[in-house]
Design a protein around this ligand. Sequence first.
Ligand code: URA
Length: 439
Amino acid sequence: MAASMIAPLAPVQLLERSRRGEPIDAASVAAFVRGWLDGTVTDAQMGAWCMAACLAGLASEAVGALTEVMVTSGDRLDLSRLGPTGDAHSTGGVGDTTTLVAMPLAAALGVRVAKMSGRGLAHTGGTVDKLESIPGFLTDLPLDRFVRQVRDVGIAVIGQTARMTPADKRLYALRDQTGTVPSTGLIAASIMSKKIAGGAGAIALDVKAGSGAFFPDAAAAREAAAVMAGLAVPWGRKVRWMVTAMDQPIGRYAGNALEVRGAGEVLRGEGAPDLRELSLRVAAELAEAAAVEEPGKGRAAAEAALASGAALLAAERWAEAQGGDPRAWTEPGVLAEAPLRLPVPAPADGHLAALDALAVGEAARWLGAGRLHAAQAIDPSVGVVMLAKVGDAVTRGQPVVEIHARDAFLADRAVEMIAAGIRVETGPAAAPELILDEG
Ligand code: URA
């Protein structure tokens, strides 16, 4: 019998094979995911499949089929008439507000930025939640307004909608609630379905490795980068990727309004060196991939756009176009502020050798910056401020971190969580490398 005549596996057969880590044909995966979208496969079955994907892995055929169903679950944008378009995505980190700096920076370089983002997942922050902490900012623009804004303002960022990758929107929320985020195949399909449906010609990926990332080390992150780059090939997109360190938080803030504050600091020419560096690199990669800068010239152009204030201007125009208060980047007083502050002190004299990104991310989620259950509303004001970074000299009792909280009970527990992730050593501790690989 010809392969095309073989009936797709029944959901329970597919789940049994997935549990055993056996390869599944693309048609069966596609039928299973479509069945979930039309209600014949239950949430419990989909959750079980995601758990099997985390524990036993997904073969490339399954990842390709899942990506295709997610891309075609809604509308797909064709932005080719808009000139050089670009989109970037981080696989998820703590304090990783790079998008909020790198996207206006890329727009200032002439890339038309058309970006689809997500909300926070597990202990990591999400661009949509961060943008919504800017008073008035709308992330669910109708698609015609999204495209017009890309054309007229040069930058627009939306979340998954009922019309664009609705399958990713649903699966994203289900994975968040079933503890099934960290699967290379599920992450790759989620990210690339948004990038492909969003229509941008050039894509820059920041694949995070380390304790606060979904990939434990650079080798796993490199493998994920290769899977994502491969998924873009049949759709004719140009992909650049970097593997970057996520053992300590990026920048000085973790939490939604706090990260907008951190992005504003970098856009104003101040701010954390690691966030600035990462943002410059992502913008440069995107500008070169979109061919608005010649190879090797993107970095200098990005630095110039930051120094001249062009990136800040692009960020202000962007916020305003999406209904947000453009002062969010320059006057942090317009952002929500938490009423309570609690320090987490250094346990000894020496150098900070570890400030665990996972501990900080979990504490921020516990404080209300992320979700512990599906219906939970985000508190934009709460989070964690990093007063020292790995490699810095500290003295016993000096605050390493400041907790911003609304509730004293939650704050006390957050202090304990973060304290367990702090290590001070007597000898000098080197500041860790930021960019581990690229391709
Ligand atoms: N970002 C996404 O968009 N999806 C994932 O699965 C992880 C990070």
